[in-house]
Structures are given as structure tokens and as C-alpha cells.
Design a protein around this ligand. Structure first.
Ligand code: ARG
Ligand code: ZN
Length: 874
């Protein structure tokens, strides 16, 4: 079945109130649901009530206390129909029974590590009880949970606790009430034996909120950083968006079996434990940064997602794109804005660009889906965030804030749409955002082709800009977009070059508003020839084709005052050199690089005016898949690897002294702190290690780094260098064994060990990964294990996965099918690793297609996996 945006219509019935009573037991949990059902005004009395289910068994049904006769309803596992409910308003009582312990799909009510927990977004609530399981049905929830005290001393749900007590036979109960009407996807229940970290936060109006983070008993001390991040998030949302928390309690639970990162259930966020638990011994700086960002993201959903939710799932970006934008801004304020922006753009290009440029491309607001779980994508999240950022760029930050204020005021308590979101900005500014709205409606990454010329005699500078939006599946003809292109004219020494007048496009506050197919933008009164810095701050999520002299790129890489564009200039030089080297490798030539490129790398490394984290980002070469994406077609991953390796060696050899002196000077004197500045120094030192490890004695240096490490960032970095650069060497084998022994029993840390080994370049890794699936710490049922081993191999190991004989793909197809027997969502996500198969060279392309067909032809394919594989092959 294909769901279509234009088919949306409000439901005939509403459910203003729901009460749920859970009698928990692993194999037979009884759920009693009492719904207050109301026929919507104006709907005919003959309208049937149709509730969603998924694999349910109905045990009992009554209306207003009277059991229904078999003729009065139809119940299947997927649907409960009451053909003619007699009253306009009535109470419907249902009883269902579910088996949490055999729920391996990890959606609905399931058990993780003996803890009962739920995941209802998008359509998991219907696996618990029959309901109008759609986001525009907002209900006030009262939840009673009853369980054996020995099994579940802790009983949590949404909202505020109202009552609890002891029952006979060692059982107990708790009642929770959430006064804020919410859709079913935000329902949550957690019950089990968990340790608690308590905190409190006083809101801007002076209310005290009790904070709780619940973790596996014994791991409480690993939740301190998450608690601190939560408090900082609460404060930030008050200061920057004027948003205050609204319940008496805010709880977070960390579980070890979770399909995604985390979930924003009202007042009870449920997290993948990987994004809660951290200390210097077990977590890297990247882990700390992710925890901070995801804690903030889920907290921010309280306003953008929960208080204002989505009318239907086509509007997913209304909450996700906006909330990602908010968490990006939070991290930028907590850390380094310049560094954060570069990291965001790298992520967008690595994940969203290939999606937008391949068979799974879809608009930020899709119009069609078969399986909504497959639309929690980089396009909806990351490009969705970029679209919100562009609104701010176009309107300015004051008008943006005014629009957001109006959004919260106008739509609080509602299930809203993208049109309503855009309308608040139109209303506060009086501007028409119709052309801009195409960013939500049109898939594909727009491209701007730009060329420039300078006429010294006339003091005239001209930019010719042409836009195109490539065709994407089911959208062959595209309309012209409104692209805010931030730019600068850069003169000698990096000084901005002034102009007297400009015509050919609207230019305001350093932004050219590209709206037509072609603009010829004339700047007059320009007294020197400038280098042009384009898409500053990555003002629009586009690709650029610029005819620019390498001299200008080198100049901008040293002098651009916009730190993003300065990074970009150097990154473009590296990419161009790598693409040229790739062609040389394909032509059986030794790749050669301009000496000034390696020199510039050395200068950036040692430039004390730049933050260490920034220098580390500049020095990390474009990844193999980034290079592949920029080449576009005929991809031979082995040739890309050889080209990248050659450049890394050239840079290392040319900068040996500078790099090693700097490496020594950056040695951490402790004590460990996870702040951004310290993390930046570690990042720089570790990237220098990566280069130095390519020189003679490199393995010994990395082994010493590994032995001397006093935190996980350095330890994991050294282990990666040893395993990836010195695979098979004695030092690498020893370090892997040491790490395994040391962290045996700590599943999250062993994930790093799986991940590092799954990423070892080369043809032999597939056998190693296959063998590791038999390791006692591996489990095909646990999403974190699967992502660490299989996910890393298939999406982050270009030479290993794309082995020329197709063995990587075959292993992959078998494993995806194995995973999907238990967990279709995780399998479907894994399967997206082959989305760029058409850009491969013909031999690999054919083998990748065989693997996709092998999956497509399997029996009893889930809707999730079928959807991905069929779209990928289409
Ligand atoms: N709303 C959650 C978040 O972004 C993610 C839920 C993902 N759900 C899914 N079915 N994939 O914070
Ligand atoms: Zn989210």
C-alpha cells in the first residue's frame, strides 16, 4: 500500500482521553484500554469506528460497560472495526494480551536486558492496543502499571506520578497522568530494576523540576555527563527560544536494545544507552559530543514535536528538521561554532548528498511512502535542518525568532503542517515564501555553476550564476529554487573588497538571492581583482561548480575570513587532487601531487591562530566515499583508496618534522576533561599520529600511543591506526588482543573493537567480519552490535565491502536477511548501504545488483526491507 499526502483527511472519531492499565509479565502482559471516543462534529452516525492494530489478539470488548456481541464488531490482528457505534460519545473498553519477551522487532512493548520498555514512533502503539494510531489524534493519558516488585521495582510512564502502592503476592503498582494531550507515538512505559541518578532544574518561572536518569544498576556514575547536558539544554531552550519545561518530572532511561538513537516520549525519553553512558575510560570525545547533542535533541522535542506535533507522517520534518536545527545551534553555542558547522556539513555531504543523488531520493517533505520507518532519513533530519537555517538566513535572526514565537503561540497543542510553519514566517515579515517552500517539496541537490570575471579598467566584477536541480525518481522536471548564496569578495591580505553598486540579483547582508535560472551579477566600483568566496557558512545545501583558479583556492585556504569557506577551500584543493590521482591510478600511473598542497597542510597544522579542532578537521582528508561521491560514476574503490593513501603519505613525508614536533607538544598532561578545547587538542594530535604512522617506525609510534593512552579517545585512535594502517603487524594484533581482554564484558566498548576491525581496508576483512559474527560478545539481535560490525563494514569500509569478486555483497545480503527475521527496521536501514550501487564500475555494479536481487527474492520479506530494496533497484 502506498500512502499519499493528498489522501489525508481528518478521522471521523476523536479520543480525548485514554486510560491504560498494564499488568506486566514477560510472556503475557494484559493491557486494559479505556477510550473516551467522540464522533467528530458533522460526521454521520453511520461512520464506522476503525482502530489500528498490529499482531493483536482481542480478549474483551465493551461499550459503556456492556460487552459487545460478536456481530457488533470485527477484530483481526490488524484492525478493530465497530461498524455502527450507537452514540456520539461513548466509552470503549478493550483488553489485549501481548508478549514483550518475544518481541524482537523492538517496537511496541518489549524487553531489553530484563527491562520492559516501549518504542511507539512511528506506528508501534498499535502493537500494544487497538487505537487511532496517527499523530493527529491527541489524547490525555492516564497509565496504571502493575508488576511483580522483584521483577520491576521501578514503574515509569509519561507525565507526573500520581499514585503508587503495594498489592498482594509481591506485586505493586504506579499511576501516571500526563495532562498534555499527545499522540500515541509519544506514549512510553518503562519498568524494571534500574539505578537512578537524580537532579533538579529550576525553570525561568521558578518551578522546580525533578530530573532522573535511569541506567543499568552499577552504571550510575556513567550518567553524570548526560545529566549535565540535560540541565544545559533546559537552560539554553529558555534563553534562546523562550521555551520552559512543563511537567514536574523529566525522566530519561537508557536501554541496551534500541533501534535508533533515542526517543522523545513526553516526560520520559528513552535512549540507546550508547548515547547516555560515558566516562573517559569508555567513551571517546565524539561519544561525549553525541551524548550532549542527542540529550538536547530529545529535550528540545518537548516543544518542537510534543507540544506542537505533526498532522501526519508526511510532516515528519516539521519536528525533526526543526529539532535538529535547534540541537545544532545548541552544540554551536556550547562548543566551537566554526568547528561545529564544518562537522555538520561533512555529515550532510556524507549521508544526505548520496541519498539525494541516488534511488532513495525524496523531498524533505515526502508525498508518498510505503513504510514510514524508512523516512527517518538524512534528508528529513539533516536537510530539513538546513532548510530551517536558510529561513533564518533569509529573514534575519530577529524575524526568525519572532516567527518561532508566533509558531509556539499559534500552534501549541496542535498537530501542524509545513504550510502552517512557513505561514508564521510569512505573517511576521509580510514576505512570500512560496518559491522558498520548494526546498520542502522538491528532492535533489541543486547545483550552482559560477564563473567570474574582472575588468580592471572598468573596475567591474561580474559573477555568472546558473542554477539547475537534477532529476530524481518520479520528479523529472524541477522548478527553479530560491537559493540564498552567502559570499564575499576577498582582496589582498584577506581584506573584504568593497563595491559601489550591484545589479542582476538581490544582494543583501552578504547574500545573493538566486531565484532565476541565470543571474549575471555586476558589481561596479571594485578597485582590485577579488577572489570570490562562495556559499559562506554553507548558506545553502547545494553543490557548486566553480571555474576558479587553483591560485585563488590556495589564497582562500589561507585568507578567507569566513572560517567555513576557508576550510572548504582547502578541502576542495584536496578533493581535486584526489580525483586527479584517482584517474592516474586508473591509468596505471603513480599519483603525483603539487608540492604546495603538502606545504599548505603543514602550515595549517602549525597555525596557532587556528583552533586545534579546526586544524584537525582541515587535515582529515576527504573520506573514500566522499571522493567516490564527488567522482560520481565508474567507481573503483581500490583506486580511490590508492589515491588517498598516496596523498596521505605525501603530506606525511613533506611535514615529518613539523608534525612530530607538534605531536609531541600536544601530549595531554591530564586530568581528563571532555570539553571542546581539550577534545580539539586530542583530535589534532590523533590526526597527526595517523600521518606519522605512515612513515618508517609508524607502527611503533602508534603502539606507544596506544600503551600510553589515558582515555578512550586516544586508545581508540591508536587502535584504529594500528589496525587500519598496519593490519597484520604484530603491534596491531597485540593491541587488538589487549583491548579485547581489557573490555571483555563491556558491550558498548567492545562495539568499538568490532567497528575498528570491520573498517580494516582490503579484501580480507569480509572473512574477518564473518568470523566475528561468531564472537561471544556479538549478537545479531542487538542493534548496536549489528551496526558496529555489519553497519561499519557495509557503509564505512569501501575496499572491504566492495571487494571486486562480490564476496562482500554476498555476505551482506545473507546477513541483512538474517537480521530482518527479527528486526525489519534495523535490516532495512542496513540495506541502504547499497543505495549508490549504480555509481560503481560495471563489474561491481553487476555483483551489487545480484545481492540486491537476492534480498528482493527472499521469501516473506518485511514491508520495511521490501520498500528499500525495490526502490534501490527501480
Ligand atoms: N523521534 C526520534 C528522534 O529523532 C527518532 C524516532 C525514530 N523512529 C523510527 N521509527 N525510526 O529523536
Ligand atoms: Zn528527533
Amino acid at each position: 500500500h502506498v500512502f499519499k499526502l493528498e489522501d489525508y483527511r481528518p478521522s471521523d472519531y476523536l479520543v480525548p482521553r485514554i486510560s491504560l492499565d498494564f499488568r506486566l509479565s514477560p510472556d503475557a502482559t494484559r493491557v486494559t484500554t479505556v477510550l473516551t471516543v467522540e464522533r467528530r462534529q458533522g460526521v454521520t452516525a453511520a461512520a464506522p469506528l476503525v482502530l489500528d492494530g498490529d499482531g493483536l489478539t482481542l480478549l474483551d470488548i465493551a461499550i459503556e460497560g456492556h460487552a459487545l456481541a460478536p456481530a457488533e464488531y470485527q477484530a483481526t490482528p490488524e484492525r478493530l472495526t465497530i461498524p455502527t457505534p450507537a452514540a456520539q460519545r461513548f466509552e470503549l473498553r478493550l483488553e489485549t494480551e501481548i508478549a514483550p519477551s518475544s518481541n524482537e522487532a523492538l517496537t511496541g512493548l518489549y524487553r531489553s536486558n530484563n527491562v520492559y520498555c516501549t518504542q511507539c514512533e512511528a506506528e508501534g502503539f498499535r502493537r500494544i492496543t487497538y487505537f487511532l494510531d496517527r499523530p493527529d489524534i491527541l489524547s490525555v493519558y492516564t497509565v496504571r502499571i502493575e508488576a511483580a516488585h522483584s521483577e520491576a521495582p521501578l514503574l515509569l510512564s509519561n507525565g507526573n506520578p500520581v499514585e503508587s502502592g503495594v498489592l498482594a503476592d509481591g506485586r505493586h503498582y504506579a499511576v501516571w497522568h500526563d495532562p498534555f494531550p499527545k499522540p500515541s507515538y509519544l506514549f512510553a512505559l518503562v519498568a524494571g530494576a534500574l539505578g537512578k541518578v537524580a537532579g533538579s532544574f529550576t525553570t525561568m518561572s521558578g518551578r522546580e523540576v525533578q530530573l532522573g536518569i535511569y541506567v543499568e544498576p552499577g552504571k550510575e556514575r556513567l550518567a553524570g555527563y548526560a545529566m549535565d547536558a540535560l540541565k544545559r539544554s533546559m537552560k539554553w531552550d529558555e534563553e534562546v527560544f523562550g521555551r520552559e519545561y512543563d511537567l514536574d518530572v523529566f525522566n530519561i532511561v537508557a536501554v541496551s536494545d534500541f533501534n535508533m538513537g533515542a526517543m522523545e516520549n513526553k516526560g520520559l525519553n528513552v535512549f540507546n544507552d550508547k548515547y547516555v553512558l560515558a566516562d573517559e575510560e569508555t567513551a571517546t570525545d565524539a561519544d561525549f559530543a553525541n551524548i550532549e547533542a542527542i540529550i538536547a535533541h530529545e529535550y528540545f522535542h518537548n516543544w518542537t514535536g510534543n507540544r506542537i506535533t505533526c498532522r501526519d507522517w508526511f510532516q515528519l520534518c516539521l519536528k525533526e528538521g526543526l529539532t535538529v536545527y535547534r540541537d545544532h545551534e545548541f552544540s554551536a553555542d556550547q562548543r566551537s561554532r566554526a568547528v561545529k558547522r564544518i562537522a555538520e556539513v561533512r555529515t550532510l555531504r556524507a549521508h544526505q548528498f548520496p541519498e539525494d543523488q541516488g534511488p532513495l531520493a525524496h523531498p524533505v517533505r515526502p508525498r508518498r511512502y510505503r513504510e514510514i520507518n524508512n523516512f527517518y532519513t538524512a534528508t528529513v533530519y539533516e536537510k530539513g535542518s538546513e532548510v530551517v537555517r536558510m529561513i533564518r538566513t533569509i529573514l534575519g535572526s530577529e524575524a526568525f525568532r519572532a516567527g518561532m514565537d508566533l509558531y509556539f503561540e499559534r500552534h501549541d497543542g496542535q498537530a501542524a503542517t509545513i504550510e502552517e510553519f512557513l505561514k508564521v514566517f510569512e505573517d511576521v515579515t509580510g514576505r512570500d515564501l512560496a518559491q522558498f517552500a520548494l526546498w520542502y517539496h522538491q528532492a535533489g541537490t541543486p547545483n550552482l555553476t559560477v564563473s567570474s570575471s574582472y575588468n580592471a579598467a572598468a573596475k567591474a566584477f561580474t559573477l555568472e550564476i546558473e542554477q539547475s536541480v537534477p532529476p530524481t525518481p518520479s520528479e523529472s522536471r524541477k522548478r527553479l529554487m530560491h537559493i540564498p548564496l552567502a559570499f564575499g569578495l576577498v582582496g589582498a591580505g584577506g581584506k573584504p573588497v568593497a563595491w559601489a553598486a550591484v545589479e542582476g540579483a538581490t544582494v543583501e547582508d552578504g547574500v545573493i538571492h538566486v531565484r532565476k535560472r541565470r543571474h549575471v551579477v555586476h558589481f561596479s566600483g571594485v578597485s582590485e581583482r577579488p577572489a570570490v568566496s562562495l556559499n559562506r557558512g554553507f548558506s545553502a545545501p547545494i553543490t557548486l561548480s566553480v571555474q576558479q583558479k587553483a591560485d585563488d583556492q590556495f589564497f582562500l585556504a589561507s585568507h578567507d575570513s569566513d572560517s567555513f569557506s576557508r576550510w572548504q577551500a582547502f578541502n576542495t584543493l584536496l578533493t581535486d587532487a584526489l580525483i586527479a590521482a584517482f584517474r592516474q591510478v586508473l591509468g596505471d600511473k603513480e599519483p603525483a601531487f603539487a608540492a604546495r598542497l603538502a606545504e599548505l597542510a603543514g602550515r595549517i597544522a602549525g597555525d596557532e591562530t587556528l583552533e586545534p579542532a579546526y586544524r584537525a578537521l582541515a587535515l582529515s582528508l576527504p573520506g573514500e566515499s566522499d571522493i567516490a561521491r564527488d567522482i560520481g560514476k565508474g567507481i573503483d574503490p581500490d583506486a580511490i583508496f590508492a589515491a588517498r593513501e598516496a596523498l596521505a603519505r605525501t603530506i606525511a613525508a613533506a611535514n615529518r618534522e613539523v608534525f612530530s614536533a607538534l605531536y609531541d607538544s600536544l601530549a595531554d598532561k591530564g586530568p581528563f576533561t571532555p570539553d571542546a578545547a581539550s577534545a580539539g587538542r586530542r583530535a589534532l594530535r590523533n590526526i597527526l599520529l595517523d600521518y606519522l604512522s605512515l612513515l618508517p617506525e609508524g607502527a611503533a609510534l602508534a603502539a606507544a600511543h596506544f600503551r600510553g593512552a589515558t582515555n578512550m579517545t586516544d586508545r581508540a585512535a591508536a587502535l584504529t591506526v594500528l589496525a587500519h594502517r598496519h593490519a597484520g603487524a604484530r603491534q596491531a594484533e597485540e593491541a587488538l588482543a589487549t583491548f579485547e581482554t581489557r573490555y571483555r564484558g563491556d558491550a558498548l566498548v567492545l562495539d568499538k573493537w568490532f567497528q575498528i576491525q570491520a573498517g580494516v581496508p582490503g579484501a580480507r576483512t569480509v572473512e574477518k567480519v564473518r568470523a566475528l559474527t561468531q564472537h561471544p560478545a556479538f549478537s545479531i539481535a542487538n542493534p548496536n552490535r549489528v551496526r558496529a560490525l555489519i553497519g561499519t563494514f557495509s557503509s564505512a569500509n569501501q575496499t572491504g565491502f566492495h571487494r571486486a569478486d562480490g564476496q562482500g555483497y554476498r555476505f551482506f545480503a545473507e546477513t541483512v536477511l538474517e537480521v530482518e527475521k527479527r528486526n525489519p527496521q534495523v535490516a532495512a536501514r542496513l540495506a541502504t548501504a547499497l543505495r549508490s550501487w549504480r555509481s560503481l564500475e560495471p563489474i561491481r555494479q553487476d555483483k551489487a545488483r545480484q545481492a540486491l536481487l537476492q534480498i528482493a527474492n527472499a521469501d516473506n520479506l518485511s514491508a520495511d526491507l521490501r520498500d528499500i530494496v525495490e526502490r534501490t533497484l527501480a
